[in-house]
Write a protein that binds this ligand. Structure first.
Ligand SMILES: [Zn+2]
Length: 195
């Protein structure tokens, strides 16, 4: 699913996956529910404004063998891994995270997912803007959140995703992340500021 060569940024990290997830059908109805949330609506609108229309089948629930919670593939769309998610909030997070990748892919015609810096940039934005590192979610994952540690959380998740890119070694991922951090962390488009 996610993290195949070339163009598959993963969502990074699983939630505290003690449960067995849900069925594909259950997950599909949670995806439908997520489409009615303000943040997802906002991102969809901006994708359309940027010339990328999202068809009804753009976001699908699937069973994933790899330990990822979702992925975005250029030309195919977004997958959400039903067997690795348990609650609506997790589904919303994955949908938002992957929509930010789709938005980046849409607005930057020359985005190259095999380029570690390009991939890192989109992961930084997706991690920062999706609220993946909101302290409540960090607590649920068992990471004790101290004020100001949002960036550590984003860094950890960026590294997890970028090192899963077959073109990016650990060292290359780290260098790429540091090189683009300031620009990409502060690039909050299509939001005026981080939501
Ligand atoms: Zn990602």
């Amino acid at each position: 699913m996610a993290n195949e060569p070339g163009s598959r940024p993963s969502s990074g990290g699983l939630s505290s996956a003690i449960n067995d997830g849900m069925t594909v059908d259950e997950c599909d109805s949670m995806i439908q529910r997520s489409l009615r949330t303000p943040m997802v609506k906002f991102l969809k609108e901006h994708l359309e404004k940027s010339g990328c229309n999202i068809g009804t089948n753009f976001i699908k629930a699937v069973h994933c063998d790899k330990r990822v919670s979702g992925g975005y593939v250029r030309g195919e769309g977004i997958v959400v891994c039903s067997n690795h998610l348990n609650i609506q909030d997790e589904v919303n997070q994955v949908v938002i995270h992957e929509l930010i990748h789709a938005y980046d892919d849409c607005r930057a015609a020359n985005l190259d997912w095999s380029d570690c810096a390009h991939h890192a940039c989109s992961e930084i934005r997706a991690g920062h803007l999706s609220g993946d590192c909101h302290y409540k979610r960090e607590l649920l994952r068992g990471f004790v959140k101290i004020r100001g540690h949002e960036q550590d959380c984003v860094r950890r998740r960026v590294m997890k995703s970028v090192t899963a890119n077959p073109y990016c070694s650990e060292a290359a991922a780290k260098d790429a992340m540091e090189a683009v951090w300031d620009v990409c962390y502060n690039d909050t488009k299509p939001f005026d500021r981080a939501p």
